[in-house]
Design a protein around this ligand. Structure first.
Ligand code: F0G
Length: 495
């Protein structure tokens, strides 16, 4: 990590006012990476006891999505829409132009998104999944296959909604939490080629790449990999779309880790990432640094026209797409701030800081740290709880019970698939994600989270599995209810 604060400017013999500087000293170098902001407005946290949280959990059916946010002390459920906005974003909110058509705020949004992405057609949407629904609704037909490194739950569900088949083709290292790889989000280009050979371009309407790969641990994709995917898409005549929610964190990893990229600005790298694709879906709730919003972008004029019609039908007129003018201002400003080096250095280092504390305590983690979250490998931490009893759910519940920390299960609750015989195919990994909201928590909050996680991990053998008492068919993790299995802990302790 390069030193941040240095007094390296040439020291003048006399200042502009003719006064001699105090003394000539060797430039000082400081290593501490500080939050590149100060806090102007605070939101109090509410403390609860373990007894209270046990009751709250029971009422919530052991589903952390059912808790009231004020009953959560540190909320690491998601980094989506939970960030703190800057003074400039709030100022932009006040300048929001709420005209129905062609508002100034829309034009500002358009200018920033076009400069960043280079795409011709930009359709604002109320969030990322609206962009996904509109895009897939236009291009996915029953039996179509959509490859990705790893689909997020909403892209997967939207493709399945149109009877398409999502295919996860991340490199093998991306599926093995303990493997080290600088770009664990990379697409397995061999398997992509194979998938296109098998299904043909008629059945593959587009290829997607998710940057960073959220479901696979917030891991980045290299420029080299994106270029290789681009070449495959070109050979087959299939368009390439980015699921670009965390494009800036991905660009930062490229700058840090990819040979020959360290001299470039994150923005320059991000611009190249977008220019390797034909379009993108984007949730502004992540690297838009906004609390709501998104867009669908592309170069294909005919497709854009169809999507625009769909947008008008369900989201709003193309110059606001379901958002207020002030939201468009917040996103436009957020998209400027998110590629600043001071911000990205602090952001990625903050996540790594938590990761290092848990790693030092021997907690099995997805390696290395992701861009927006730390992922605990619950399969490795709770080997006595089989995937059918949802070890990651068990761990997530305990982090809340013990310390009021809310995380999210990314395992078989979220991604388990029913088999034809009525049993269930478990997810490939059982992860608990501790997602860090942007610019919200300070170092002591993170120290507290680490203390809770380490204490819970020390008692991991006592944790028991869960079973569903209610489970809707689609996106069940949001609304399901559970109950703890009674026998496991006793069996395990006696064994
Ligand atoms: N794609 C990825 C990779 C995501 O992480 C998300 C959202 C979406 C698409 C959908 O965007 O929420 O604006 O509709 N992820 C959030 C999360 C919910 O917690 O990871 P959205």
């Amino acid at each position: 990590m390069p030193p941040r604060h240095e007094e390296s400017r040439a020291i003048p013999l006399r200042g502009p006012d003719g006064v001699r500087p105090m003394h000539r000293v060797r430039p000082l170098e400081f290593q501490t990476i500080i939050e590149p902001f100060r806090i102007k407005s605070v939101e109090p946290l509410r403390f609860t006891t373990v007894d209270e949280r046990e009751q709250l959990l029971g009422r919530a059916g052991y589903n952390l999505f059912h808790l009231r946010a004020e009953d959560v002390l540190i909320d690491l459920l998601t980094d989506s829409g939970t960030g703190a906005m800057s003074t400039e974003q709030w100022a932009g909110m006040m300048r929001g132009d709420e005209s129905y058509a062609g508002s100034r705020s829309y034009l500002r949004f358009l200018e920033v998104v076009q400069e960043l992405t280079g795409f011709e057609h930009i359709l604002p949407t109320h969030q990322g999944r609206a962009a996904e629904r509109i895009l897939f609704g236009e291009v996915v037909r029953p039996g179509h296959v959509v490859p990705n490194n790893t689909h997020f739950d909403t892209t997967r569900a939207n493709i399945e909604h149109f009877a398409g088949l999502p295919a996860d083709l991340v490199i093998p290292e991306g599926m093995r939490p303990s493997d080290e790889h600088p770009f664990k989000g990379n697409v397995d280009v061999e398997r992509l080629e194979q998938s296109l050979r098998e299904h043909g371009r008629e059945r593959v309407p587009l290829v997607m790449v998710t940057v960073t790969n959220n479901s696979g641990g917030g891991q980045p994709v290299s420029l080299e990999n994106l270029r290789a995917v681009r070449r495959v898409c070109d050979r087959w005549g299939v368009p390439l779309f980015l699921d670009a929610c965390r494009f800036a964190e991905n660009a930062w990893f490229i700058k840090q880790r990819e040979p020959g990229q360290s001299h470039r600005s994150p923005r320059d790298i991000a611009r190249e990432m977008f220019r390797l694709a034909d379009g993108a879906t984007f949730s502004a709730k992540k690297d838009g640094l906004a609390n709501i919003g998104g867009f669908l972008a592309m170069n294909d004029e005919a497709l854009a026209e169809r999507c625009r019609n769909n947008l008008i039908l369900t989201e709003g007129f193309p110059s606001y797409g379901g958002l207020a003018g002030y939201d468009l201002e917040a996103i436009a400003q957020g998209l400027r701030e998110v590629t600043e080096e001071d911000y990205l250095r602090y952001r990625v280092r903050g996540v790594e800081y938590l990761w290092e504390k848990l790693d030092a305590a021997g907690i099995p983690l997805v390696r290395p740290a992701g861009g927006h979250a730390v992922y605990v490998d619950a399969k490795a931490l709770l080997p006595h709880v089989p995937p059918e009893q949802y070890p990651a759910q068990s761990l997530a519940v305990e982090l809340y019970r013990a310390g009021g920390v809310r995380s999210v299960e990314i395992g078989s609750v979220m991604f388990g698939r029913p088999r034809p015989d009525g049993t269930e195919e478990p997810a490939p990994m059982e992860l608990v994600r501790l997602a860090i909201p942007r610019r919200v928590y300070t170092q002591s909050h993170i120290d507290y989270v680490a203390e809770v996680a380490v204490a819970v991990a020390d008692r991991a053998r006592e944790l028991r599995g869960y079973r569903f008492t209610e489970a809707p068919r689609v996106l069940r993790h949001f609304s399901a209810r559970f109950e703890p299995l009674a026998t496991q802990a006793a069996e395990c302790l006696s064994g």
